[in-house]
Every structure is written in structure tokens, then in C-alpha cells.
Design a protein around this ligand. Sequence first.
Ligand code: CP
Length: 310
Amino acid sequence: MNQNVHNLVDLEDLSKEELKQLLDTAIAYQEGAAVPKLKRDVKVANLFFENSTRTVTSFQTAEHRLGLSRFDVNINGSSVKKGESLADTVKTVQAIGMDLTVIRHSETGWYKALEGDSNIHLSLVNAGDGAGVHPSQTLLDLMTIQKEFGDFSGLKIAIVGDLSHSRVAKSDAKIFKELGMQVYFAGPKEWWSEELAEYGQFEEIDNLLDQVDVLMCLRVQLERLEESGRDNFTADAYHEDYGLTKARAKRMKDTAIIMHPAPVNRGVEIDSELVDGAQSRIFNQMANGVYARMAILTRVLQEQGLMEEK
Ligand code: CP
């Protein structure tokens, strides 16, 4: 059994106090706090088995700002294409000298087997696992909400769209509820996942618009429509029935904000003009992602004894 406690794979593993510390660190970095010194050269391998723009680029930026030596493995040109397993890929980068690895992989819970492997002792950071969780996205979403409202307790949020495929919905809703937010879900009823029922109730989007402080649209996973038997999907009908149209946005409170983990299908889950509009925080979320990821890496490195505490 790998007793390495220096992974960060699910925010659920942290206490409320630890989560608060992570958020404080992220905000402090954004406000210009100095980066603590590394105790030696520290190497990180980025292994992205699924596509990414935001997560990979902001982890790379975070690693650069923290002074890490960074190695981006080109998965398409790697021995994964010859059938090498995830565990052997991780053991390989470890043998080459990596201290930590940031992984995005389509397998839900990919980290569980690795955490149980006594031959793996580098730190694991989860950059998204299948339909599991997306901890760094959740942290940047929390940061975006905290910067806007100062606190979480009592805020109402609607998470709208492709709930059954979304690791963001699951990851966020769990933590939002823990922090005292009132969580609602909306979208096509057939895309609802009972798994989410413990975190909030399902409602028609039109019943939520004037209630919520945050409206979070989810990307319609167009690439998965066929495999999930949604052949009758049309972008226009979705936009009309469940999308954040300009007419729906007019019914939101003036103080409410619009979020989206992105990438965005403009004109499908949200009107294109609203993406760039005054209530949108979508690009702020992306900017916050760098600091959220710096905070995650700082926590892992300090726990590993590789970075000074202050
Ligand atoms: N939100 C998010 O995870 O975006 P990427 O897939 O581009 O990393």
C-alpha cells in the first residue's frame, strides 16, 4: 500500500480548514504574495491523456511561476500508443526523476489503483478523471465565487446542462453544499443524474433565473451525444429549451454572475454575447485557474518537504 499522503486527487479528502487554506493561498498568490523557495530542483511531468486547453496551460503556468522543472509528455507520441499502461507510464516518469505528476485521464478514479501501488511514491495531482472529479476546476470556481461574494453560506447556484457526463457538476456540487450553498440543477430531465440528488434539487431553469446568485452553464458534450443515444439533439432546440438566452439572462438578478467551466459552445448552452457580457465571469475563472493550481502544487510540495513553508 502506498502511504504517500502528498497527493491531491479529490478536494473531498481535505478538511474545511484545509480547503480554506488552499483558497487563501490561491487568493494571496493572485494578490502578489511571494512564492516560497524550493529546497532543491523539483521536477514535474504533465500527462494529459484527454484534450485540454485551460487546465494544461494553467498548470504549466503555475509550475513555471513556482520554479519547477517541467516536462510535458506528448501522449500521442508516447509509448502509451504501444499499449503501455498508466501505472507503467507513471513508474517510468518516476524512474526518470520526476517528483510529481499532473494527470488528466478518461478513466474515472484512475488514481485509486496508483495510490494502492507500493512502487509509486511520487505525488499525484488529478487534473480531471473521466466522469469523476475535477478538483482544480472546483478550486478555481470557489475562488471566483469567493472573490465575488466574500462568502459561500446562503448563496444559491444553478448548475445547468449535461449533468450526467459532467465531472465539474459532481465535483463542484459536493463542495458547494458542504460550504453552505444551496445547489439547484436544471437541463434536460433525461440528462439528470440521480447521483447528484444528495447535493441539490432538480428544477426547470425558468423557475431558477430570478433566484440564483450564480448560474453555471455546462458544456454540452457534443462528442458524446451519439454514444449516449441522444441522436435527436439539435443545438437550436437545446438553446431554446435549456440554454441561457438573452431573454433568460434579463430575468437574472443584477448582482448574479454567469459561470461556465469552458470550453463553451457559443449559441448552444449560452448565447454568445453573454459569454463576453458584464455578468460573465467565464474568463475570470480561467485567470483564477493559474492561482488555484499554484496553491494546489504548493500544498503538495510543502507536504513533500520540497518547498519552504513561507
Ligand atoms: N475546464 C476545463 O477543464 O477546460 P480544459 O478541458 O480546456 O482543460
